[in-house]
Design a protein around this ligand. Structure first.
Ligand code: NCD
Ligand code: ZN
Length: 354
């Protein structure tokens, strides 16, 4: 096969930021995906209300248009951040919010306090938000969870959150909940047992790297060292965790779908004594995903994972267009506008056509 064609995929978890970074990163996602769900942890101001979300949608769309695409080619999806201050009415206001015939505000995101980039306004008491979750259940807004317990040991934070996830699923049986960027075998096992209202996104990088690639990365000269560009939250874990994630992504179970968590940070913010969490994977997503599924002999499971299950979970129509990747080698640039991408400097064997 010289080329691989699939239904145009969706990315159900991406960080676009604002300002200059927004301008430089949006085109990578817009050229590969039909839709992408932009996270609300923007700085200095997060996206907290319907008004913020619609303004952000317009900012993203303007960039999409500047690179010659229309909202028909790529439609951003936006979210609001749920904080201790969010009121049930903030949620009720965004019932079925649409732009140009497209539903665009699709989820409310909860970050536990302080666990990751821009989560200083995160939540410390989930029970205190029950009225907000009830309103989300009522209007059909998906609850998107950064599932980590802040005070726990860094590698146990996700595992320790699974009780809260089960509690929310039980207390809100009609609320659709997504556990974002799962990173452990325990999460995969827990997800399988939870009701079908609970799904999970899986990133490309958690399918490819482990903690070893963060702490004992083999650099160009062959020596091992810390790679801050592989550091993200949740922290990539052990081989058996990565194996479980690969198994889940390729299982055909519709609870598991793609969300890249592509999270750009300027190089100096990553290469620092307190480096930011986040892997900027947007430029290489589809070539590496296709390559990975092909490597495992599971190309037939790729399209459901990346183009169908997420859309179905969110109640969105499947994209009708296709995208083709050609077998063509290219070297991933070492930087894009001051941001180091995933696989920087490495050769990739597939390229998005056009
Ligand atoms: C994300 C970011 O940089 O905004 N970082 C990350 O490591 N994934 C935030 C997040 O999703 O945790
Ligand atoms: Zn994220």
């Amino acid at each position: 096969m010289d080329a691989i064609t699939i239904r145009r995929p969706d990315d159900f978890h991406v960080h676009f930021r604002r300002g200059e970074i927004l301008k430089s990163v949006v085109p990578f996602t817009a050229r590969q995906f039909g839709r992408a769900m932009a996270m609300p942890n923007t700085s200095p101001e997060p996206i907290l209300t319907r008004g913020d979300a619609l303004k952000y949608w317009l900012e993203i769309t303007e960039i999409v248009q500047k690179v010659g695409l229309s909202p028909e080619d790529f439609c951003p999806l936006v979210t609001i951040q749920i904080t201790d201050e969010t009121e049930p009415n903030t949620v009720r206001e965004i019932k079925e919010e649409g732009m140009g015939g497209h539903k665009v505000i699709v989820a409310g995101k909860v970050y536990p306090l302080g666990v990751t980039t821009n989560s200083h306004n995160g939540v410390s008491d989930f029970r205190a938000l029950y009225r907000v979750f009830a309103a989300m259940e009522e209007v059909g807004l998906v609850l998107s969870l950064h599932g980590q317990v802040p005070k726990a040991f860094c590698l146990d934070r996700e595992k320790e959150f699974l009780d809260t996830l089960a509690m929310l699923a039980k207390d809100f049986p009609a609320l659709r909940i997504v556990m974002e960027h799962i990173s452990t075998k325990e999460s995969v096992d827990a997800l399988k047992d939870l009701p079908k209202t609970v799904g999970a996104t899986i990133t490309l990088h958690h399918l490819l790297i482990t903690l070893h690639d963060v702490l004992s990365f083999v650099g160009e000269e062959g020596s091992e060292g810390l790679n801050p560009h592989h550091y993200c939250q949740p922290i990539p874990q052990k081989l058996e965790d990565r194996g479980a994630l690969i198994g889940a992504a390729m299982s055909g179970n519709p609870k598991f779908f793609f969300g890249s968590d592509s999270a750009p940070h300027l190089k100096e913010r990553k290469e620092s004594s307190c480096g930011c969490a986040g892997v900027f994977s947007a430029p290489v997503l589809l070539p590496l995903l296709v390559g990975l599924f092909e490597f495992h002999g599971k190309l037939d499971r790729l399209e459901p994972f990346v183009s169908e299950f997420g859309a179905r979970f969110y109640g969105l129509p499947l994209n009708q267009e296709t995208i083709t990747l050609n077998r063509e080698e290219w070297v991933v640039p070492k930087e894009y506008n001051g941001i180091v991408p995933f696989f920087a400097g490495k050769t990739v064997g597939l390229k998005v056509q056009g």
